[in-house]
Design a protein around this ligand. Structure first.
Ligand SMILES: *Cc1c(COP(=O)(O)O)cnc(C)c1O
Length: 329
């Protein structure tokens, strides 16, 4: 079988570029022992510009929107997408307006303001912010870069899949545990793996099991997966300290659930106390400044191993999707 040439070496940060991606995949033997699996790597997305993996998608989305000469960019956010938009809009010399719940972590709101985006904080959750963002976009002709309402954020997130493959020598892990809100990271990685397999960039015959981690305070995907549904009902009164997971009605529900099923994956939720303990454990075991979303991924991984839903022989990648810094007052 002929092998096409694999992806270029993980991008190093060049002069004059914001430098999204190319984050470390950290081997964490202490966590592997604590969880009871063969190996654990943590993909530390907190090291991206503005401290989350949202940089990957926003970089692509803002680049494409600029090419279309849109007058301004608008996004509803649980926090990090707004910070990433503010950064890339500033870099591109474009106007940006961000709608966020008033409960968004203060450090993240401060980043959005500091980077010069217009910031509107509103009562309610990201769905309520989304309505206000769409109304503004319709009235002023600005472009809406909400999750899955334009195609390029997903394309940018495919780099998560490429990097994991490359960092593991083009052998994919058995399991990927991903803290899921709107689902772009999970959907993007799954698309990347499927395309890589088609192009013979990997000789893996089975792709990784994709596993969704959520908080029991907002777990629409976990509930729908357990019930065997292909759509997720909106979660009433969503509450969690893992702000990025406070997405009660993800637009991409069908795509997330399809990726979980196609990959023979799984989905689990843990409560917020368990999330905060696991966030500290993740940080102490690795030196990573973990976000609560990363803690959620670790805690769900532990739970699923204990319940026999992840094999002890598994080689696991856990996502720390953001930096803990933005969550401190
Ligand atoms: C947005 C976000 C998530 C959820 O990501 P999706 O790919 O939209 O599911 C998880 N963690 C953090 C830190 C986030 O900012």
């Amino acid at each position: 079988m002929a092998l096409c040439s694999p992806a270029p070496a993980a991008r190093r940060r060049g002069a004059g570029e914001p430098g999204e991606g190319g984050t470390p995949l950290i081997n964490a033997p202490k966590l592997a022992t604590a969880i009871g699996v063969t190996s654990v790597w943590v993909k530390d997305e907190g090291l991206n510009p503005t401290g989350s993996f949202k940089a990957r998608g926003m970089s692509a989305a803002v680049t494409r929107a600029k090419a279309h000469n849109v007058p301004g960019l608008v996004v509803p956010t649980a926090g990090n997408a707004g910070a990433a938009l503010a950064a890339y809009a500033a870099a591109a010399g474009m106007k940006a307006r961000v709608y966020a719940p008033e409960t968004t972590p203060r450090g993240i709101l401060a980043t959005i303001r500091t980077l010069g985006a217009e910031l509107c904080t509103l009562p309610g959750h990201i769905g309520d912010s989304g309505k206000a963002a769409r109304a503004f976009a319709a009235e002023h002709g600005w472009f809406d870069v909400s999750t899955l309402r334009e195609p390029y954020r997903i394309e940018g997130k495919k780099t998560l899949g490429y990097e994991i493959a490359e960092q593991l020598g083009f052998e994919l892990p058995d399991v990927i545990v991903y803290p899921t809100g709107g689902g772009t990271g999970l959907i993007g990685m799954w698309k990347a793996f499927a395309e890589m397999q088609e192009m013979y960039w990997t000789q893996a015959t089975t792709l990784p099991r994709m596993i969704t981690a959520q908080s029991t305070g907002c777990a629409p995907i976990v509930r729908a997966f357990a019930a065997g549904k292909d759509r997720a009902e909106p979660w009433q009164d969503p509450k969690t300290i893992a702000a990025g997971l406070r997405v009660p009605g993800p637009l991409g529900d069908r795509l997330i659930l399809r990726a979980l099923r196609e990959s023979n994956g799984d989905a689990g939720a843990v409560d917020d106390l368990t999330i905060s303990l696991a966030t500290a454990e993740l940080s102490h075991a690795t030196g990573i400044d973990a976000s609560p979303e990363g803690g959620c991924a670790l805690a769900v991984c532990k739970m699923l191993v204990k319940e026999g839903r992840i094999a002890n022989s598994a080689r696991v990648v856990i996502f720390n999707t953001g930096s803990g810094a933005g969550y401190r007052d």
